[in-house]
Write a protein that binds this ligand. Structure first.
Ligand SMILES: Cc1ncc(COP(=O)(O)O)c(C=O)c1O
Ligand SMILES: N[C@@H](CCCC[NH3+])C(=O)O
Length: 422
């Protein structure tokens, strides 16, 4: 994996020895490689070099740490956001408002007002009722919102059902058959200008075919919209390109293959293209480092119990997702084991019957490809404090989110006054 390599028998993140890092920050912890994040952004941007001034709006939801956002903002990235919290994070990370795209099915009027006040570039609107609310909010504030309607092209992305977003039964976007009327509605409303189209059919796509189907529908629709007199200047093609998680599976298409497909399909569209990659940029740039608490053997299964759990990395429990598991200092043999966390749920299982480096109590293991949808989906279930995040750059490292203390976790509760006799 990029920038996570063995040197002298020990796994390093760039030039930082992960054994030494674990001794400093404790376990579990997330570790990101700045060089990998930068490389992924550059590779993606380079893959789009045939396009005229595309906007790469990093999907902040994948990893919203401000150091991650700032690393990308310095390279010119924009941000795709889905809440006012993400708008504020993007701004704090140095993304200028004219590079921020606001997506999401449930933006509240308050979020719209805040986004308008911040001067964000575009609202991706997902329903007729949403554009009516946006129109009312923008009119009240004396502003005009640039709108792209998110289309639901009814395409099967061929990904996990919980992360497919472009089928008719998914909550996202406006069905193609109602979309023309939505633009006509927007044209009658004050405070909004529907100047774009948007589509995002799902995440962790491992084939370009569903994207091609969706983009083709978008292209045809742009022609129809223009014939109906609408001025269409932008097309947001979303994110969704998958990354390799399981080495036994074929690799997903490369950014270069994706870029070539986009350039071919969008020829003649005459729009500014926007992209919202998340996982592709940060997925392989992060790992979760954990320590083996104990082994539990003697039954039918060999359990490796680690100090990370489903509250730290939810993907295996939620989507049966595969994360490769590597020892930080591999021993010379292999075992077959089920790797679990300490949380009181059977679903707190990272891998079942997996062949991995043999381990002993106290050894360090890493869950690879954990930079996307890892730390950000963490919770404090079982009163487990939030796991720290560390960023590495060459031989330097920094704790970019400290470990939450148990005191800070407890202080979030405010006891009801009557329990204290008040
Ligand atoms: C609207 C939107 N854009 C972008 C993304 C980022 O997707 P990915 O991380 O798969 O690139 C998502 C998540 O699926 C999304 O819902
Ligand atoms: N959280 C999901 C992806 C959802 C993408 C957001 N629309 C994952 O870990 O794979």
């Amino acid at each position: 994996m990029d920038h996570f390599d063995y040197r002298g028998g020990v796994l390093h993140a760039e030039d930082v020895n992960l054994e030494a890092l674990a001794a400093e920050v404790g376990t579990p912890f997330y570790c990101y490689s700045a060089a990998t994040i930068e490389r992924h952004y550059r590779v993606f941007r380079e893959a789009l070099s045939a396009l005229d001034d595309p906007l790469v709006a990093y999907a902040v939801k994948a990893n919203p740490n401000q150091s991650v956002i700032a690393t990308l903002a310095k390279l010119g990235a924009g941000a795709d956001v889905v809440s006012i919290g993400e708008v504020k994070r993007a701004l704090a990370g140095g993304v200028p408002p004219e590079r921020i795209v606001f997506s999401g099915v449930g933006k509240t009027a308050d979020e719209m007002a805040a986004g308008l006040d911040d001067g964000i570039y575009q609202f991706n609107v997902e329903s007729e009722t949403e554009v009516e609310t946006l129109s009312a909010v923008a009119t009240r504030l004396g502003r005009t919102a640039a709108v792209a309607f998110r289309l639901n092209p009814d395409v099967d992305a061929g990904t996990h059902a919980k992360i497919s977003t472009g089928k008719a039964e998914n909550k996202f976007g406006i069905p193609m058959e109602r979309a023309g009327a939505a633009y006509a509605l927007a044209a009658r409303l004050p405070g909004v200008e529907a100047i774009g189209v948007a589509v995002h059919i799902g995440s962790q796509l491992t084939s370009l075919a569903p994207l091609e189907r969706a983009f083709t529908r978008v292209g045809t629709f742009i022609t129809e919209l223009r014939a109906a007199g609408h001025r269409i200047e932008r097309a947001d093609l979303g994110g969704g390109l998958g990354v390799p998680y399981d080495p036994s599976l074929p690799e997903p298409p490369t950014p270069a293959e994706y870029g070539a497909m986009v350039a071919r399909l969008t020829q003649g569209w005459d729009v500014r293209l926007i992209f919202e990659p998340g996982r592709l940029i940060v997925g392989n740039a992060g790992i979760l480092v954990t320590r083996v608490v104990r082994l539990k053997t003697g039954g039918t299964t060999c359990f490796v119990i680690v100090d990370a759990a489903m509250n730290d990395l939810l993907r295996p429990s939620l989507y049966d997702a595969y994360h490769s598991i590597q020892a930080v200092r591999p021993r010379n043999d292999r075992i077959t084991a089920t790797v679990v966390g300490p949380v009181c749920e059977t679903g707190d299982t990272f891998a079942e019957g997996r062949e991995l480096d043999s381990v002993e109590e106290g050894d360090l293991l890493t869950f690879m490809t954990a930079g996307a949808y890892g730390a950000t989906m963490a919770s404090t279930y079982n009163s487990r404090a939030l796991t720290p995040e560390v960023m590495v750059s060459a031989e330097r490292w920094a704790v970019i989110r400290p470990r939450q203390s148990i005191e800070a976790l407890l202080a979030l509760d405010h006891p009801a006054p009557w329990l204290n006799g008040d």
